[in-house]
Design a protein around this ligand. Structure first.
Ligand SMILES: NC(=O)c1ccc[n+]([C@@H]2O[C@H](COP(=O)([O-])OP(=O)(O)OC[C@H]3O[C@@H](n4cnc5c(N)ncnc54)[C@H](O)[C@@H]3O)[C@@H](O)[C@H]2O)c1
Ligand SMILES: [Zn+2]
Length: 366
């Protein structure tokens, strides 16, 4: 179903009073004020300071003021540099100086790094004030801005400090993707592809029909791909609000992916690492007698067709294994992988034979 040109869509996450809407469309920043709920007086618009996102934040500020709210802009460093304790301390100071109370709100405008850091500030100020997100990267739209995980990095690792603090609303304005650099967009597509493999094969068909066009936010299927991915994340998150069960399937490709990020010192984009991780997980699915050869190879050909990496250094296996052992998703000493029984049928593979892991890695190493 094509939704191009139609009005905003609403996707519900969770249920009851803690449920929230994700509004998706073009030029929909005006929807934000209505999602914040009653009684809000002040809104801190925490945004990545780069020019493109700052322009979106200024538009958000205008829309909130037009709705009668008292909004202030709070710039934070671009990208991962926002996820530092010092940045959160600065946001707290701003909230304190502006007399933010329990009924006020924080809105985050930017990529996943910005929404994670701003969300953590909102989660901790007065033990939690209202929080809404306006993701401006594809990864932010389909993943980071929805689900309630917030957090920052420390010297010891990424995302080690954080809180569950679900937003009261999310506004996905696809028009903001126009300024996103191509490689950032393509990297975000890895999470979209992941969603296709674990839950919604129609995503795979859409991408395979026009791989070239899909590589840009201006492509014909952007809205449908974002909405389909969001529906899956919304359903999974709704069934597992605190990440104790079904949500683990969203980790497809991430066990090796996180290890690659770590070995690369976080100079690789998340989606690029997850792309290699998915090819590895598919090979593991095949070697453990689950996934058929055609579906396994489909990973490589699809990811390759949109410009995502499908291989990694042959000599890195020892380092990757070490990194996987200390991943925070690991339980005790047992490695866990999401693998596929078939497309859209993820299962957990616990403690696979090291020889099988090595054989799967041989299929992705170059
Ligand atoms: N909370 C979660 O559930 C969750 C899920 C996935 C990822 N994450 C986190 O998200 C982060 C990665 O997010 P990301 O990939 O969105 O990267 P990012 O937030 O680092 O943004 C990438 C870069 O693009 C810039 N940018 C953002 N939007 C732009 C736009 N529209 N035009 C031009 N430039 C723009 C940013 O300022 C930044 O420099 C990581 O810190 C990761 O841990 C969190
Ligand atoms: Zn991810």
């Amino acid at each position: 179903v094509s939704t191009a040109g139609s009005g905003p869509s609403r996707i519900r996450v969770g249920a009851g009073v803690s449920g929230y809407d994700v509004v998706v469309g073009e030029q929909v920043l005006g929807e934000l004020a209505g999602l914040l709920g009653d009684g809000v007086v002040r809104v801190a618009v925490v945004h990545a300071e780069g020019a493109a996102v700052a322009r979106v934040a200024a538009e958000v500020l205008g829309a909130l003021e037009a709705a009668g709210l008292r909004a202030v802009l709070v710039p934070v460093p671009d990208g991962e540099a926002a996820k530092r304790a010092g940045v959160v301390t600065d946001v707290w100071s701003t909230l304190g100086r502006a007399d933010f109370t329990r009924s006020d709100a924080v809105v985050a405008v930017g990529g996943g790094a910005t929404t994670d850091a701003a969300g953590f500030a909102a989660a901790t100020w007065l033990r939690g004030i209202r929080f809404a997100t306006v993701p401006t990267t594809l990864l932010g739209m389909v993943d980071a801005a929805v689900g309630g995980k917030t957090g920052i990095d420390t010297a010891e690792g990424k995302n080690l400090v954080g809180a569950y603090h679900p937003p009261v609303g999310v506004v996905v304005d696809l028009a903001t993707l126009a300024t996103l650099p191509g490689p950032e967009y393509v990297s975000g597509l890895a999470e979209v592809v992941k969603t296709g493999f674990i839950a919604d094969p129609a995503i795979l068909d859409l991408i395979e029909a026009e791989p070239e066009a899909v590589r840009s936010g201006a492509g014909p299927h952007t809205r449908e791909l974002v909405e389909r991915s969001l529906r899956v994340k919304a359903a999974v998150v709704s069934a597992d609000l605190r990440d104790s069960g079904p949500r683990e399937m969203l980790n497809y490709g991430h066990t090796l992916g996180h290890a690659i990020e770590k070995v690369e010192g976080y100079r690789w984009r998340h989606g690029d690492a997850v792309s290699v991780g998915m090819v590895f997980a598919a090979e593991l699915s095949s070697l453990s007698g689950r996934l058929d050869r055609a579906s396994t190879d489909r990973h490589r050909s699809l990811l390759d067709s949109i410009g995502l990496p499908t291989g990694y250094r042959a000599g890195a296996w020892a380092d990757l294994q070490q990194a996987m052992k200390v991943d925070k998703k690991t339980r005790g000493d047992t490695l866990r992988f999401v693998v596929l029984d078939s497309i859209a049928a993820p299962v957990i593979l616990e403690g696979p034979d090291p020889a099988m892991l090595e054989a799967a890695y041989a299929q992705v190493s170059r």
